[in-house]
Structures are given as C-alpha cells and as structure tokens.
Design a protein. Sequence first.
Length: 123
Amino acid sequence: MPYTRTQIQAFVGGELTTYLPQRDHRILAGCFARDLNPKAPDIVFAGNKAKVAHKARLLARQPDNCFPVFVRDNKRAPYFFQGYFAYERLSDLAEDIRSAEALSGRYNQLSCVLHLKRCPDRE
C-alpha cells in the first residue's frame, strides 16, 4: 500500500519533512528515497547538513529502538512500508563515505553511512 508523508506522520507523529522523524529525541520512523539511498532500507547515507547528520547520531544512540521504515523510489513516488528496523552501526570512515558517494552520486554531501537491521519480533 502506498503512503504519503502526511499519512506517515499521522501514523507515527514527529516532523513532516525529515528522513528520521523524531519527537522528544526519539526516532519514530525512517523515510528514505532509493534514488539517494540505493541500498535502503538496510543501508542509508546521511547527508552532511547539520540537522541531517545530527539525526544520524541521534539514531546511533538508540540501538533498542525498533521503528517503521518507509521507502520510495524518488521524490515524486509514494512511500511503501518495508518493516520495522533498528540501528546496527554507523560508519564515517573515509572509504565508506567514498563508496556511498559513488553509489548515490552525492559527492561531498555525506556525513556517514547508517546500517539498519530488521527487528524480527516486529514482523
């Protein structure tokens, strides 16, 4: 079933226009576009704008937080529910950033690579 960001916000709460909506410093969902994150939902490339990088670090402090993840193909496409995921690890190593830049075409725009894992008890 396709979802809009408004529908996702009504379901989980938090902010409307961010890739990791949160409330009270708790990540509520993941909303990713495959044109920017070709390996989503398992691997997500966080941009280097301050708010975006901050959200990645906030998620890294919540390893027990299972949250719903929605993915769309591009900015014009609807989102589709992918399941519940949790933070697994974060890499800001230069070689991982270069690899992510090559995959996404987002050169000099990334702060880190987030690895997510499925929450088996939520499926």
